[in-house]
Design a protein around this ligand. Structure first.
Ligand code: GGG
Length: 358
């Protein structure tokens, strides 16, 4: 994938619900940072969504992956629409993209910002600052299994997880590399090897073996149940947390909830080798309960845009977006209701753009 530094080609998939409200705000923030740093965007929008599934029976066309392969990156809002089964919403778009482009790292930072009310008593900005590294293409997110004797009292459902040596090792190594690059050099591994008989002892064994190549990194492991409790009890303990697809997904909603709002959190679906486009989205979903009200928090989407810039080798763009976000939060005059304020999506987005231009 060759990147023409001055014009970046982005595939935009706003998706459903509040995805359609936050993505345009993210685009405006990226354009503002681009004006400052001489970077232009060529946006190509795709109306692929659960709503499209309702109308056509498909979330994206048959050649959707081929179409996306021509872009430098993908900017996604959210998927999910009342009436469309949840497994369709993921398997019709999000998961095929992650898999086709081997976006095996799902990197989700968790940070407490000055200005955002924290639900955990006594925690200050700086106390919570860690990464969840989630395996993104295998594990428990699997379509292997089936149903037999359907509709009878003998109904049997099986669902199989898949942990390959290659897939397990590469995500654990990515997490170790990240931990090694950070000041605390601390890696925590999420497991459940007391209850899950095969895959989790295997995971633990791979962590232990790979740890030998990273003598500077302090490693521990927690069963997922106590790990979730510890996120709430002592979030300052964590630095980099690595987990399987399901465990990482759960932890990366809980982490930002501990910092005041899940809506601020970004999710980078990364193909580290840059052979294929990576995809950047907010952690949150389509939130049908507030869709159409114009009150969704766009900061998860803006932060995801900043991560996209970092991934594309434009750290000054990343820093401009992050500094603007931090200053708007610190002022606390344009907070959306999820952060205790009364501003709407557009007002918060405009405040970020103004801070970039300042
Ligand atoms: N922001 C994308 C979105 O709609 N996420 C909702 C969701 O359920 N994601 C599941 C996942 O990340 O695996």
């Amino acid at each position: 994938m060759e990147l023409n530094m001055s014009t970046i080609k982005i595939a935009v998939i706003p998706g459903d619900g509040i995805g359609k409200e936050v993505i345009p705000v993210g685009m405006r923030a990226l354009e503002a940072a681009g004006r400052k740093h001489g970077v232009e965007f060529e946006w190509t929008e795709f109306n692929w969504s659960c709503e499209t599934y309702h109308q056509t029976g498909r979330m994206m066309p048959e050649d959707g992956i081929e179409q996306l392969s021509k872009f430098d990156a993908i900017y996604l809002g959210a998927v999910g629409f009342p009436g469309v089964p949840d497994h369709i919403s993921l398997w019709g778009l999000l998961l095929p993209i992650r898999r086709a482009f081997d976006q095996y790292v799902n990197l989700r930072p968790v940070r407490l910002f000055e200005g955002v009310p924290c639900p955990l008593v006594g925690k200050q900005p700086g106390d919570i600052d860690f990464y969840v590294v989630r395996e993104n293409v295998e594990g428990e997110y699997s379509s292997i299994g089936g149903i037999q004797y359907e509709g009878t009292e003998h109904e049997i459902v099986s669902q199989q997880s898949l942990f390959t040596r290659r897939g397990t090792d590469r995500i654990i190594k990515y997490a170790f590399d990240l931990a090694q690059s950070r000041a605390k050099k601390h890696l925590s591994s999420a497991t459940k090897s007391n209850g899950i008989y095969h895959s989790m002892p295997y995971w633990d064994g791979r962590v232990a073996e790979i740890a030998q190549s990273y003598p500077e990194v302090n490693v521990d492991q927690f069963h997922i149940d106590i790990l979730t409790a510890n996120f709430v009890r002592m979030p300052e303990f964590f630095d980099v947390v690595v987990g399987s697809n399901l465990f990482g997904d759960i932890l990366s909603d809980l982490g930002p909830a501990c910092t005041g709002t899940i809506a601020i959190a970004p999710s980078a679906n990364i193909n580290p080798e840059k052979t294929f486009p990576s995809m950047f989205e907010p952690v949150h979903g389509s939130a049908p309960d507030i869709a159409g009200q114009g009150i969704a928090n766009p900061l998860g989407t803006i932060w995801a845009g900043a991560m996209m810039m970092q991934h594309l080798g434009l750290p000054e763009m990343h820093d401009s977006l992050m500094q603007a976000m931090e200053s708007v939060l610190r002022e606390a005059e344009h907070l959306t209701p999820d952060m205790g304020g009364q501003a709407n999506t557009l007002a918060l987005g405009a405040a970020v753009v103004a801070a970039i231009e300042h």
